[in-house]
Design a protein around this ligand. Sequence first.
Ligand code: NDP
Length: 434
Amino acid sequence: MAESKMVHPPLVTYASMLSLLTLCPPFVILLWYTMVHADGSVYQTWEFLKQNGLQGLKEIWPRPTVIAWEIIACFAAFEAALQLWLPGKKVMGPISPTGNQPVYKSNGLAAYAVTLVTYLGLWWFGIFNPVIVYDHLGEIYSALIFGSFIFCIFLYIKGHLAPSSTDSGSSGNAIIDFYWGMELYPRIGKNFDIKVFTNCRFGMMSWAVLAVTYCIKQYEENGHVADSMLVNTILMLVYITKFFLWEAGYWNTMDIAHDRAGFYICWGCLVWVPSIYTSPGMYLVNHPVHLGTQLALSILVAGILCIFINYDCDRQRQEFRRTNGKCIVWGKAPSKIVASYQTSKGETKTSLLLTSGWWGLARHFHYVPEILSAFFWTVPALFNHCLPYFYVVFLTILLMDRAKRDDDRCRSKYGKYWKMYCQKVRYRVIPGIY
Ligand code: NDP
């Protein structure tokens, strides 16, 4: 089975699996309810639940409505069509453990531009008002929760009956297979890559669409957009633009090259991203904080700087790998370790590990600007409520866990060479601290 499946001790794996499977769906609904109907106050929601118990949760939980399903279906079909039919350069993915090399069409940036222009155009010409999306948000999340669960069951069955490539397999445990996934590169037909759809074209794209939706809702409600909302939306859109600019690079990361298509990654991208990742903006709709030009601009500049550093870390690593180490890193030839490893077929291969530039500061330094960017698009909400900061806290935990998972994976892949890297670059994430 894939090496990522049991990176934690079995008990931790089972506990985290069970808690994610049972707690995440109600959490999404409670977060939406608190942001939209309880003034962003965890205390208010807590009091309500204390008085009404499970019945209260049932009352809060919106039923998926026809309009919610229609909105999701139109969006998904539109994104799938763009993914399939927009032109794009052919890009080769990394060679998989069984020696397959997926081929992608790099048209993410075009799809992103078409999506935003279409969405804004529909609003501008009075064809579809994004406010409808905001007003049915609870029903949409509810439909996404159930729909994505069924989608993950489909992935599980497909993994058993019709895997798209040899990068597939069962652990022998149905729950683990469902949770971590069975296929690395599931496809429908030859060209429709399911993980590109769930992670990029549905998950990341819905983030951008919802960020714009929140802005429009505030505008239609108040006749203007507060500077806090503007800073939040601009930073999120800059981040998502950066993502689509670099989408082909994303196809080389853990999410795509190592994590299989299961509940953990696919449900996360289909439900968690549109709800939790967008939540600071969701909060700001009803809390139009006035920051003033100086503070707003300072937050904006700090946020853009962090997004740029995060982008530059990824770019540096990928440029270094692409040129086989023959590039310039911070004005000098890069320092590196030539690490050899064995594939699952027993072949010996080599990879280069960059040990200078951003990658010489800490082994996962790129997570620092990632977390700070999220902080900067949340801080326009100021500090009246803690819930808008949930995403920053969640992201910090996710990335610390990811840094450990990646370290463990690289240690088992590269053995003594990873040890050499750890001796040279001692810190895992934060230079001098951790
Ligand atoms: P990557 O997969 O891009 O990088 C880690 C991989 O790079 C390792 O598995 C290893 O793969 C290779 N590697 C490790 N060290 C070195 C080195 N010194 N030199 C060269 N290659 C090395 O990381 P992530 O997928 O975690 O992150 C990609 C981006 O996505 C980041 O910007 C991150 O912040 C962002 N991200 C955002 C999340 C969010 O929810 N907002 C969640 C996760 C990531 P190999 O086997 O090829 O050697």
